[in-house]
Design a protein around this ligand. Structure first.
Ligand code: BGP
Length: 472
């Protein structure tokens, strides 16, 4: 659709950016914090561990002041479960509550809306030892953690996100360092989808609890959504794209919004004797959890082709790399799209297409909780970072949001990844995303001083003009 006039961004549009606790905070075992699965995992060769990260734990005041200088209306961060409950259940750690109280209050001081992710890839190590999400008790563990958060922060936090990228936990858990498979498991697919089921029930119960305890708050899921294109107009490829869309995207949103399993995914799991077992009350709980909005992370689209069941597909890629599933679909490299230095395709127009598709399927307001460009940045001798490539990436994506708004989609905000440089999920410190540069290397901590990148000044202007001025 070619619009003659573009609609403006809403007046109260939440311009901001995102981080997650285990990637940005550091202080990983300080002030009573217990270890999470991220603290005990073996990090990929050549990448930093997660002990210091950007040291946001000790620099949060300075960091929030910089976000305020950019004019942020929102800051999306996650609460580390093990800072609040070091063992995952049981005793609450007062120092952990104090840290997040301070962080939230610091945001509010500058009128920055805190958007809190309740769980971002950091299962308490103590609960990992008890089977993690394979254990049905994980539903109660999570709901208890949610209750502690609502009790302590609910008077000030109005936007909550349940589980970051549950679809990536399910599809590429080993890459992120989160998958725990119990010993003696004979059907890994079933185990993984059983874990996924527990997460879905936990999420639904947390959403219902939020509405009960905090009637003015809003809560939603935060999956990673990439619209899947067929590699060609061959009908087989179209079916393959539908399969991958179901497995990657719609399973999570159909469940969050409608409380039902996506039929294609269910049929596929049946074929593999891998449908999850429902516990007592699960069906009802899933029906009772209603999101107020959909948070979603978008980096690019995916493309796939037909797979006739004869090729053993390699399913272990990363969050944004096309994958395959024997008899369902096979990843295909889209020849029309450029890639980042780290090999992820770049598709701004696909952002609009993804937003349109999601909005027409679910008719809920949409909040962008991640989007961004991971790149090798260089700090010049005079303390500058000339990241024109990041500005170009962000500009093109923001243009597409405006077009999607003009298409009639309801958009709440844009919180790209990431506010400040932090550690990547599996590619270390060298893959930077921030508007704010942090002076440290993969292994050398240096000064940890903060520097404003060129994108910092650019984004400040974008926010000040409410998205009207996207020029350099
Ligand atoms: C998302 C995660 C984030 C983040 C981002 C960039 O999948 O929610 O935690 O890290 O992707 O990914 P990466 O760090 O792998 O470049």
């Amino acid at each position: 659709m070619i619009h003659k006039t573009l609609k403006p961004f809403p007046k109260d549009f939440l311009w901001g950016a995102s981080t997650s606790a285990y990637q940005v905070e550091g202080a990983n075992l300080e002030d009573g914090k217990g270890p999470s699965c991220q603290d005990v995992k073996k990090v990929p060769e050549g990448t930093s561990d997660l002990t210091v990260c950007a040291d946001h734990y000790h620099h949060y005041k300075e960091d929030i002041a910089l976000m305020a200088e950019m004019g942020f209306k929102s800051y999306r961060f996650s609460i580390a479960w093990t800072r609040i409950l070091p063992q995952g259940t049981g005793e609450v750690n007062p120092k952990g509550i104090e840290f997040y109280n301070n962080l939230i209050n610091e945001c509010l001081k500058y009128n920055i809306e805190p958007i809190v992710t309740m769980f971002h890839f950091d299962m308490p190590a103590a609960l990992d030892q008890r089977g993690s999400w394979s254990n049905r008790e994980s539903i109660d563990w999570f709901v208890n953690f949610a209750k502690v958060m609502f009790e302590n922060f609910g008077d000030r936090v109005k936007y909550w996100l349940t589980i970051n990228e549950q679809n990536m936990l399910t599809l590429v858990g080993p890459v992120i360092g989160t998958l725990t498979i119990p010993e003696g498991c004979t059907n890994e697919l079933k185990e993984i989808y059983q874990q996924n089921h527990h997460m879905l029930v936990a999420q639904a119960k947390a959403m219902a609890l939020c509405h009960e305890m905090l009637p003015d708050a809003k809560i939603g899921p935060a999956p990673n959504i990439s619209l899947v294109y067929p590699a060609s107009c061959k009908p087989e490829d179209v079916l393959a794209a539908q399969n991958y869309n179901a497995v990657r995207n719609w399973l999570y949103l159909d469940m969050a919004v409608y409380g039902v399993y996506n039929n294609l995914v269910w049929a596929w799991l049946e074929e593999h004797d891998a449908t999850p077992d429902f516990g007592e009350g699960d069906a009802e709980a899933l029906k009772n959890g209603h999101p107020d909005f959909i948070g979603f992370n978008y980096y690019n689209t995916a493309t796939c082709e037909w797979e006739d069941g004869t090729v053993e597909c390699d399913s272990a890629a990363d969050q944004q790399t096309a994958r395959g599933e024997t008899g369902m679909f096979k990843g295909f490299k889209n020849p029309y799209l450029p890639t980042t230095e780290f090999g992820w395709e770049i598709d701004p127009m696909g952002f609009r297409a993804t937003i349109r598709e999601m909005y027409s399927r679910y008719r809920l307001p949409l909040l962008v909780t991640e989007n961004g460009l991971g790149a090798y940045d260089t700090l010049t001798e005079d303390g500058k970072v000339h990241d024109a490539y990041r500005i170009e990436y962000l500009r093109k994506h923001i243009e597409q949001i405006r077009l999607a708004i003009s298409d009639g989609c309801e958009m709440l905000g844009y919180n790209p990844w990431s506010a400040i440089d932090l550690i990547s999920t599996h590619e270390g410190m060298k893959k930077r995303y921030g508007f704010i540069y942090v002076d440290r290397d993969e292994f050398e901590l240096r000064t940890l001083k903060r520097y404003r990148k060129d994108s910092f000044y650019w984004y400040k202007k974008v926010i000040a003009s409410n998205g009207e001025d996207l020029t350099d």
